[in-house]
Ligand binder design. Structure first.
Ligand code: FAD
Length: 462
């Protein structure tokens, strides 16, 4: 495409970068002038799917995007409101001839894209969307009979074997038409939020690229040995950057192929496995993936849920995980699994409660992977842990944090407790250390309760 359009819009969504951005690159190549647009959502107060830490990170990503667009000669335009309405207004007021965007793979994104195609047709404006947020979209990796995979390993084989798209580059310049009105860059006040934790991770393309280079400068060669040890920086810590598109998954994949263990590429396939599950089975957001497990009699949330949410369960590894999340907006993957299984199998609470809590606190909170992780832990999801394989939080601690280094970092009351105490269930009525809560349940007892609940439910279904 060469200067097909006088004026176009590129609508940024989960692609907050100028480098190797398919839609932006195409818009710049095809247009004399480009309006780089970001639309802010217009809710305020609490939101069940996000929270201050993630919104704060988003603000930083947008500030960085704005700066990077300015360096290329353009201006990021910020508007707020419903996508369809705002885009119609901007197309009409600016006289844009084309709309460019990168596809969002969940059903919310698809619905918007379908409506936008119709809008563009009605307005006589060209519509161009691109694959950008994944290496392979859901329709590219299907079984021989054209249906979707439900199990990770058979999905991952063709996913790994398929040729991967190469990075594109960076636009040489972005020329934005003058006099397009814009709102200021957002702050947490935009949504009536306040930030209540440490500002641990910096958002934006520069910071994301630094994290990527740091991860790829040796660390990920020993990924297989270190990725399950929460006290080590043994993983890439790039999930929030993939979430907001401040790095390109194409660039990451090709660099990681040279510089990371092959297992790392398989983790990128997990991300896309869950995207394709959500895309093909959108009902997983409200229902158990495996229909046999719908209607399980979850307990009503009570003070034990409060103890879980505040890191006061008396189980050191659970409390460390939740406190890491509350302080930083991140939790190590191994600990996410232990904490999620504890909520569903030891407290018998609905995975949807944990799913929402994670989305409100995780900076990398992403509906497909989060739902996949929660349903995996609950035993109800695609390729989930079978219901009878219930992780024991004490033995998991002994295996993955034997010296208690991770626990001591996040639970200061346990700084002086001997390592053995951190992975041994105390006697009934005792706690792991003075001044630390008693365990809110007995794991062996609750494990049996879970087995009974699941077995009874299965019997009632047949
Ligand atoms: C209950 C639960 C909830 C989760 N919620 C989220 C979420 O909201 N957002 C999110 O990005 N990940 C989620 N995960 C997956 C995983 O925990 C994080 O992706 C990982 O901890 C991020 O750290 P990292 O970037 O260092 O990962 P690395 O180990 O370096 O992996 C590289 C990348 O691969 C992807 N990845 C790795 N493991 C998984 C996985 N199990 N599922 C899907 N993608 C994966 C991520 O994009 C990650 O950045 C969840 C897992 C569980 C068990």
């Amino acid at each position: 495409m060469a200067n097909l359009f006088r004026k176009s819009i590129h609508w940024f969504r989960r692609d907050l970068r100028v480098r190797d951005n398919q839609g932006l690159m195409a818009a710049c190549e095809a247009s004399e002038e480009v309006i780089p647009l970001y639309l802010l959502s217009d809710w305020s107060g609490d939101h069940s799917w996000t929270g201050p830490k993630r919104q704060n990170f988003l603000c930083q990503c947008l500030a960085s995007l704005s700066k990077n667009i300015s360096h290329l000669g353009g201006q990021l335009i910020i508007r707020q409101g419903r996508a369809l309405q705002e885009l119609e207004t901007l197309i009409t007021e600016s006289g844009s001839e084309a709309l460019f965007l990168n596809r969002d793979l969940d059903h919310f994104g698809r619905e918007t894209e379908n409506a936008l195609k119709e809008l563009c047709q009605r307005l006589g404006v060209a519509y161009h969307d691109y694959k950008d947020m994944v290496l392979h979209e859901p329709h590219e990796v299907l079984k021989g009979d054209g249906t979707s995979y439900r199990v990770y390993t058979p999905y991952s084989r063709p996913w790994l074997a398929l040729e991967k798209p190469k990075p594109t580059g960076t636009p040489k310049k972005i020329q934005t038409p003058p006099e397009i009105a814009t709102l200021p860059l957002p702050t947490l006040k935009t949504w009536d939020l306040e930030f209540d934790g440490e500002d641990v991770l910096t958002g934006g393309e520069r910071a994301a690229r630094d994290r990527m280079e740091s991860a790829l400068s040796g660390r990920l060669e020993s990924y297989d040995d270190q990725r399950d040890i929460p006290s080590l920086l043994g993983t890439s810590r790039l999930s929030q950057d993939l979430r907001f598109g401040t790095i390109s998954v194409r660039e990451l994949y090709h660099k990681a192929k040279e510089r990371a263990s092959p297992q790392y590429l398989k983790e990128l396939a997990w991300r896309e496995f869950y995207f394709q599950i959500l895309s093909h089975f959108p009902e997983v957001l409200t229902h158990e993936f495996k229909s046999d497990w719908r209607g399980l009699p979850w307990y009503e949330p009570d003070e034990k849920f409060t103890a879980w949410k505040t890191g006061q369960t008396g189980f050191p590894i659970i409390d460390a995980g939740i406190r890491e999340l509350l302080a930083t907006g991140f939790m190590h993957n191994r600990v996410r699994m232990i904490v999620a299984m504890f909520l569903t199998k030891d407290l018998h609470l609905d995975w949807r409660l944990g799913e929402q809590f994670f989305l409100q606190h995780l900076i990398d909170g992403e509906i497909a992977s989060n739902n996949g992780g929660w349903q995996w832990s609950a035993g109800t999801g695609a390729d989930a842990a079978p219901y009878f394989r219930i992780q024991n939080p004490w033995s998991q601690t002994k295996r993955y944090d034997p010296e208690g280094l991770y626990i001591r970092k996040w639970v200061p009351e346990l700084a002086k407790a001997p390592a053995r105490a951190l992975y041994t269930a105390p006697e009934a009525g005792q706690s792991v250390a003075p001044g630390y809560p008693h365990p809110i349940v007995d794991h062996a007892t609750e494990r049996q309760v879970t087995l009974n609940i699941f077995k009874k439910h299965r019997a009632e279904q047949s």
